[in-house]
Design a protein around this ligand. Structure first.
Ligand code: NI
Length: 223
């Protein structure tokens, strides 16, 4: 399941991030890629010892924590540290799959990947995130503050930026529910349950759906 989530960040938060993300703090992004992804990764990333890093990471972490659609779709158990990437003109990230396991001290499995666009689409040319699937390719170039959430199991790439600068925040999620098909069933059920509650309140049907949701989460979820 691919999910597009609009307005994850407010205009204020975006302004704050842009004023704090100084291009001098960005270094070659190859350091955080697997050995094969490194061959096609041509971007820069905010260095891990940049003094501003915890502050800017926390803006994104808080926004994700408070986003009901993200919480519902991802059912996050662990969120990776947020990475900030910057593609200048001529940079790209060729087709690759993200590492299945990440982290050194605390290991996590990447079930979902997310890209949160920080630059307005008018600020650069090219730079689309392209996700490859058996149904074909899907291309994303979203408004600043919007994000796409997609299975980490896919091949994906960032097209060359041919003009301007593309900034994005990227992260990975280990979900409480490992299987993508099961997560999708839970997402649909929860969407229906909330719609029924909004229309009719806490009816017997709502209670039955709530029971089913909770029991499927118990069955499929892992803490
Ligand atoms: Ni990737």
């Amino acid at each position: 399941m691919l999910l597009y989530i609009a307005n994850v960040l407010t205009a204020d938060e975006l302004d704050r991030l842009h004023s704090q993300l100084n291009s001098d703090d960005f270094i070659d992004g190859k350091a955080t890629a697997g050995w094969h992804a490194r061959l096609v990764k041509r971007n820069t990333q905010l260095r891990s010892d940049a003094p501003i890093l915890p502050k800017v990471q926390s803006v994104i972490e808080q926004a994700l924590k408070q986003n009901p659609l993200f919480q519902m779709a991802a059912l996050p158990k662990t969120l990776s540290p947020i990475l900030f990437s910057r593609y200048e003109t001529g940079m790209s990230y060729g087709s690759h799959v993200d590492n299945a396991f990440m982290g050194d001290a605390t290991r996590m499995r990447s079930d979902l990947s997310l890209t949160l666009f920080l630059s307005e689409p008018t600020a650069y040319a090219g730079g689309e995130l392209v996700i490859e699937s058996t149904q074909g390719e899907q291309s994303f170039k979203l408004d600043a503050g919007s994000m796409v959430l997609y299975p980490s199991s896919t091949l994906h790439r960032v097209e060359p930026v041919v003009e301007g600068v593309r900034m994005a925040a990227v992260a990975w999620v280990q979900s409480l529910v490992k299987e993508v098909t099961e997560r999708e069933i839970l997402f649909d059920l929860e969407t229906a349950r909330q719609a029924i509650f909004a229309k009719h309140g806490k009816t017997a049907e709502f209670d039955l759906l709530s029971k089913t949701y909770a029991n499927l989460l118990r069955k499929w979820g892992d803490l």
